[in-house]
Design a protein around this ligand. Structure first.
Ligand code: MIG
Length: 801
């Protein structure tokens, strides 16, 4: 046994006895004999903040991550002093604070321990930088599992790992490499069917240890700042994540086109090449909405300029591309070229907007344009200026989206690949060094970009994509997982990263389909696009160093596979948009790893490959060459193989056939899956009919939703949306579909075409809202088992002959 005294000798300090206690509405303060204050804030019955000070002194309270729009308020709060402890009871949990050592134990109201301090809060003073290295350790009961933490390219379940958060430009990162681009200090713990979450809101370099150092301990610590964390109780894992997402913020809806397919490369230029690529998509009839211009569109890599030799008339080009259904997205990096003839540089110099070193010189670093200075995006004035720079690109030229790269921030040819620690930042009026601002820099750049694009795109919606991000970035931007590699292992990583991001509040994420570095075989590209169409963000990108990566460069067979799956994505747009709506409205992760789907089934706790797309579609990519299918776990419940319509019972591993033109994909029984016709781009066709695929289920009701609106703009915020809720009830000889509609948006179509799948009887009679309707009147097609009905029904009742 290690005693506290021994640990003190190693430099760790611990809180002493509690000497005073006070409560001010939702805040409860405990002070110890050695100057530690623990402030507990009750945000909601199941969301509690723990904040520790040493030397009797809190820092000024400030966070970039916490959203102003999050839900607050609780129905119950009781604090009682006992002989050795204080009990804090909310409507959902009980927190016990030990008077002797300030350790906390959190229990559910049945008395089950959910999360318990091991050493609890402890710290080490930092002689070099001042302040403390703040630490927290918790007991890890046997069998506990851990998930979350953003983009870590490792097994979904983090048990046994130690990870670090320090945004890093990690070209061609490998499996288990850590850290990479993002910092999301949030994890979910799952033990004995109950889940909880911890968000350590500290932008310094942070570490999390999940039973790596000690078998039965988890811990997290930071190289500065405060021990400041939020605890979320479930017990349902999805509720832990939705509460975290509510606290750190939810996104607005993206324009629907942003959920289409995007094509990118480093770089498409000149204009002729861009047009060649876009025309080829139309010619081959592979749907595509987004086309990207990487750094070579600029004049000498100067942000907000154009290379006029490659792009003599960007406004005309962007308009012509738009004519053909393509939205142009351009890259913008943080480094501003040191150049006295460059207006962006001059404006920033005149206004003192660039980051400086501790003793006053500018932060100088080499990136694509050569020697650069870097705007301090943690200064609100700088963000305001930056957002104004988008006027020409968005308002005049008509660019529809902006891609923020290199914002870790990345610097070339220097140790650490980023700014030195001493660089100063404003941190919104809380001046600090880069040690504190590093992890948030990229998010603040994306925020400034978002504000600019939104201002000039209004009343249309902005589209932003970022490489680096901290918790809360989801309010402003989508993201991609950076410079991956065209290998089978990276396909495995890609699948995990997007699931992990979804569990970390950042669902709107995708990977460079096919791999950024190196060149995929046609087979790998096909397997990757099959996965990519199920990612919330779907873009092919490559470095262009090793050959081209447009679908047609792999030959006809791969073009056909690509078309088939991109078409499927476009058909599923109403389903995908509804997923996004549930994410934006409620914080529900768009993809659900199996453990999130069914945490009560221990089989799911270590699964990585299978996931649920939305709520009702099970997908599992093929991740090996020459495969004709794969083994996979089908979660509990009953499913239909999407391709063969075979009925399959879950809770077991199965072999599933999947030739190169197929990905294992299953629909949950009872689901009603909405589909649009294939379009070459969003808005190409007026939607004349909504297709509904109804997958029969015997027994309990299954609910499905369809969200639609104007596909862009902000009218949906004023209630101009259409949210249909369908419930399916199936019996042996009859089925009932009920529809309930919310919102005032009038959809363009008048009818649904309903296809009944696996109906166990022959349709004899149809009643719409209690009136019998002749089968001919609903265009009953017995062969395909389809009918066409007016969209406004409340109840559809179908009985057997
Ligand atoms: O140092 O802009 O991750 O997507 O194509 C490389 C060129 C800079 C890194 C990005 C990648 C992009 C590339 N960029």
């Amino acid at each position: 046994m290690i005693t506290n005294t021994e640990l003190e000798h190693r430099g760790n300090l611990f809180p002493g006895k509690v000497i005073s206690f006070s409560q001010n509405v939702d805040k409860i303060n405990f002070t110890t004999e050695n100057g530690v204050i623990l402030q507990i804030t009750i945000l909601r019955g199941s969301v509690v903040r723990f904040r520790f000070a040493t030397d009797d002194n809190f820092e000024k309270d400030f966070s970039y991550a916490i959203s102003e729009d999050g839900a607050r308020g609780y129905s119950k709060l009781e604090v009682t002093e006992k002989v050795n402890q204080y009990d804090i009871i909310t409507s959902r949990i009980k927190i016990v604070i030990n008077k002797n050592d300030l350790k906390a134990t959190i229990l559910d109201l049945e008395g089950n321990v959910i999360c318990k301090d091991d050493w609890g809060f402890h710290w080490e003073q930092s002689y070099e930088f001042g302040g403390n290295i703040v630490k927290m350790s918790k007991s890890a009961p046997q069998g506990e599992c851990y998930y979350g933490l953003g983009d870590k390219p490792m097994h979904l379940n983090l048990k046994g790992k130690r990870v670090e958060n320090w945004a890093t430009d990690q070209y061609a990162f490998s499996k288990d490499q850590d850290p990479i681009y993002k910092s999301v200090p949030f994890y979910v713990g799952l033990h004995e069917e109950r889940a909880y979450g911890i968000f350590f809101d500290n932008t310094f370099k942070t570490f999390f240890d999940f039973c790596h150092e000690r078998r039965n301990v988890t811990s997290f610590w930071a190289h500065g700042g405060e021990m400041n964390y939020y605890f979320f109780y479930g017990p349902n894992m999805q509720e832990v994540i939705t509460r975290y997402t509510d606290l750190t913020g939810k996104p607005e809806l993206p324009p629907l086109w942003a959920l289409g397919y995007h094509q990118c490369k480093w770089s498409y230029y000149p204009e002729k090449k861009v047009k060649e690529v876009t025309s080829k998509f139309r010619k081959l009839k592979i749907p595509c909405d987004g086309i990207y211009l990487d750094i070579d569109y600029m004049d000498g890599f100067r942000c907000f300029t154009w290379n006029k030799e490659y792009f003599p008339d960007p406004k005309r080009m962007v308009a012509e591309l738009a004519e053909d259904g393509f939205k142009t997205v351009v890259i913008i990096d943080p480094g501003i070229k040191i150049d006295k003839d460059y207006w962006v540089y001059n404006e920033a110099m005149e206004n003192d907007y660039f980051c400086k070193r501790a003793d006053g010189p500018y932060m100088r670093g080499k990136v694509w344009p050569g020697e650069c200075f870097f705007p301090d995006f943690t200064n609100p004035k700088v963000r305001e200026w930056w957002s104004g720079l988008f006027k020409e690109l968005i308002d005049e030229i008509g660019v529809k989206g902006v891609w923020n790269d290199m914002n870790e921030p990345a610097v070339m040819e220097v140790p650490g690949k980023t700014f030195p620690d001493d660089v100063r930042h404003d941190y919104d009026g809380h001046p600090c060094s880069h040690r504190k601002a590093h992890n948030i820099y990229g998010t603040q750049m994306a925020k400034a970009t978002y504000e600019g694009v939104k201002k000039f795109a209004y009343p249309k919606r902005p589209f932003i994509i970022t490489r680096s991000a901290y918790s809360g970035a989801q309010r402003f931007t989508s993201s991609w997982t950076g410079d991956n590699v065209a290998t089978w292992e990276h396909l495995w990583i890609a699948n995990i990263q997007v699931q992990r991001m979804c569990m970390s509040g950042m669902s709107f994420t995708g990977t460079d389909i096919g791999g950024f570095a190196e060149h995929p075989t046609g087979e790998l590209y096909a397997r990757w696009i099959q996965l990519g169409v199920f990612h919330p963000f779907c873009r092919t990108h490559s470095s262009g160093d090793h050959g081209n990566q447009e679908p047609w460069t792999f030959g006809e067979e791969i073009v056909d596979v690509t078309r088939k799956f991109v078409e499927l994505r476009y058909q599923l747009l109403p389903y995908l948009y509804t997923m996004f709506y549930e994410y934006a409205e409620e914080g529900i992760p768009m993809l659900k790893p199996l453990v999130l789907y069914d945490q009560l089934d221990t089989q799911t706790h270590y699964r990585t490959d299978e996931f649920i797309f939305g709520n009702q579609i099970l997908v599992c990519p093929v991740q090996e060459p020459n495969a004709k299918g794969r083994r996979m776990y089908i979660p509990r419940g009953n499913w239909y193989n999407y391709w063969t319509r075979e009925y399959i019972k879950g809770g077991l591993e199965h072999w599933v056939d999947a030739d190169l033109d197929c990905i294992p994909m299953f629909i949950k029984e009872g689901s009603i899956i909405p589909k649009y016709p294939v379009q070459q781009y969003v808005g190409e066709k007026k939607i004349e009919q909504l297709n509904l695929e109804v997958y029969y289920k015997l027994g309990n009701k299954e609910v499905s939703k369809v969200f639609e609106d104007a596909q862009d703009g902000y009218d949906y915020m004023k209630g101009r949306f259409s949210l249909r809720t369908f419930s399916f009830t199936g019996k042996e000889n009859e089925i009932i579909i009920q529809q309930h509609k919310n919102g005032t948006f009038i959809t363009t179509y008048e009818t649904f075409k309903i296809e009944f799948i696996a109906l166990p009887f022959t349709i004899g009679e149809i009643e719409i809202d209690n009136e019998v309707v002749p089968l001919t009147k609903v265009n009953f097609d017995a062969k395909n088992n389809t009918i066409v009905v007016p969209k406004g029904f409340s109840e559809l009742h179908i009985t057997a002959v």
